[in-house]
Design a protein around this ligand. Structure first.
Ligand SMILES: NC(=O)c1ccc[n+]([C@@H]2O[C@H](COP(=O)([O-])OP(=O)(O)OC[C@H]3O[C@@H](n4cnc5c(N)ncnc54)[C@H](O)[C@@H]3O)[C@@H](O)[C@H]2O)c1
Ligand SMILES: [Zn+2]
Length: 469
């Protein structure tokens, strides 16, 4: 079973009428991947429609040609989104190729719905209802056998989340034992506060697999070398074991980094318990700790084997922390150009990270507003909550983009802060990559985010507008 689609093709399988053809191009666009429509490709090659091919040469010959094409497509290096024909899974060689090279997503559809959708079509296997239903029953076990994930018809966010290994479910913590991949031992790591609230439920759910329990100091103080050092000494899992990190971004960053480095890397599962964690920090495999020279300066990319997003955990989150998350949520809404809930915001970030796991391209869009935020935070000696700094940073980024600032003002109402202007400016310059004198920033255009260089005086003016005397 593949855990995610990192470096793997995404193959969409499902019965006629499951909506593969509708979802495939949207998924390919979200992930910046090439779309391969197996049936169309085959029709182009044989210069016959699928219907004609069936009629002239029979299903057996069709399956042989189809399986060859699937193997060929799956052998391509660059991960694509592949819309497979409904019967492709009948051929064992096609199933083996899927298991080896693809993350296979089953689009689930009820037989009734599927029949309603295809009964008027000219598809060869949709001419007779009894036969259609019989084949549906025959295929279902094959689909289930090849599927790494199952998604409702039309659910693009669901497909993106599945491809990133993100599981979103209310009450998921009660099923944590099943959601941690494999059957090896588990080390549970959580900050003291979160362990106090959700530790018992998590431990019960992990059952016999639970090998050890580790507490971290709550919040940013967890992200220290000595805390990671203690974890390294205490962990008792081998490479067949899994570190489960339960808590906010500080806990998942710390435990994730420990998992990335212990035994040169053991699998880990993130269970983010803050809004920041569920829409941002828990997703995408960046882990890091702080050193005296700066925040997040030592870390690793280590994609979690699974991210479990249980919005029920947010019930106990203090309002102060919820506000932090709202700023990142508004940022994500600006990037996506639409309103988002926790699930769709998580899916947006997951999509960008899958597209660009190592942060060389579109993943950098997630830094919208953060250049300014980092400058303000440093000038405030990190006494300014990150969310407040981001809210202000978004304001500056929108102003520089010539974009309406109402979405940020209405949702977050950021107020200028009193910090030293020169210190904030110096910190901003230190933080940024430069093109000559100009400063590279994420801006927001008509068609979405882009990275561009802006002259220092413009950037300075935008920063100054966030500071009061
Ligand atoms: N890796 C990434 O991609 C990434 C992205 C964004 C932020 N981060 C990091 O995340 C950190 C911030 O994380 P955060 O905002 O999630 O806060 P946090 O982890 O610092 O937690 C904030 C506080 O909330 C408490 N808490 C957490 N969950 C709770 C719950 N469900 N109920 C009650 N209390 C709860 C914690 O005990 C803590 O006191 C920063 O260190 C930042 O660098 C990382
Ligand atoms: Zn942020």
């Amino acid at each position: 079973m593949a855990l995610n689609a990192l470096g793997r093709h995404i193959a969409l399988v499902g019965y006629m009428g499951a909506g593969k053809t509708a979802i495939a191009p949207r998924l390919a666009e979200r992930l910046g991947r090439r779309l391969v429509e197996a049936d169309r490709l085959l029709e182009g090659r044989v210069q016959l429609t699928i219907g004609e091919f069936f009629a002239k040469r029979g299903e057996t010959e069709f399956r042989v040609a189809e399986a060859a094409l699937i193997r060929e497509t799956l052998a391509l290096d660059e991960p694509a989104v592949i819309d497979l024909g409904g019967g492709a899974v009948k051929t064992p060689t096609a199933r083996n190729a899927l298991a080896a090279r693809a993350f296979t997503v089953l689009l689930d559809v009820e037989a009734d719905t599927a029949w309603e959708r295809v009964r008027q079509s000219d598809r060869p296997l949709a001419q007779d209802e009894a036969a259609f239903r019989r084949i549906y029953e025959e295929r279902l076990p094959l689909y289930r056998q090849v599927a790494d994930a199952t998604v409702r018809t039309g659910d693009v966010d669901g497909a993106v989340l599945a491809a990133a290994g993100v599981h979103h479910e209310l009450g998921a913590i009660e099923r944590l034992g099943e959601l941690v991949p494999g059957d090896g031992p588990v080390a549970l790591v959580a900050d003291e506060t979160v362990m106090g609230i959700y530790g018992p439920a998590a431990q019960t759910a992990l059952g016999d697999r639970l090998r050890s329990v580790h507490e971290l100091p709550p919040g940013e103080p967890a992200k220290q070398l000595h805390v990671v050092g203690r974890l390294w000494s205490e962990l008792r899992v081998d490479r067949g074991g899994t570190v489960v990190a339960l808590g906010g971004g500080a806990a998942t960053d710390t435990a994730g980094f420990a998992a990335a480095t212990y035994l040169r890397g053991v699998p880990w599962v993130a269970v983010p318990s803050t809004l920041v964690g569920q829409v941002d920090a828990g997703i995408g495999g960046k882990t890091a700790i702080d050193i005296p020279e700066g925040k997040n300066l030592v870390g690793a990319f280590h994609w979690p084997a699974r991210v479990v997003v249980d919005e029920g955990l947010l019930e106990t989150l203090p309002e102060r922390e919820t506000r932090q998350g709202r700023a990142e949520l508004v940022k994500t809404e600006l990037l996506a150009g639409r309103r988002l809930d926790v699930r769709s915001a998580a899916a947006y970030k997951a999509g960008l990270c899958l597209r660009d796991p190592h942060d060389h391209g579109p993943r950098r869009w997630l830094n919208l507003g953060h250049t300014f935020a980092h400058g303000l935070e440093a000038a405030a000696d990190f006494d300014l909550p990150h969310g407040e700094a981001v809210a202000l940073g978004l304001l500056a980024a929108l102003r520089l983009s010539g974009h309406d600032t109402a979405p940020v003002v209405d949702a977050l109402d950021p107020q200028p802060v009193r910090v030293d202007r020169e210190r904030a400016w110096a910190a901003l310059l230190r933080d940024k990559k430069r093109t000559g004198d100009d400063i590279n920033l994420v801006l927001l255009g008509e068609d979405g985010p882009y990275v561009a260089a802006r002259p220092p005086d413009q950037v300075r003016a935008a920063l100054d507008s966030l500071i009061r005397d």
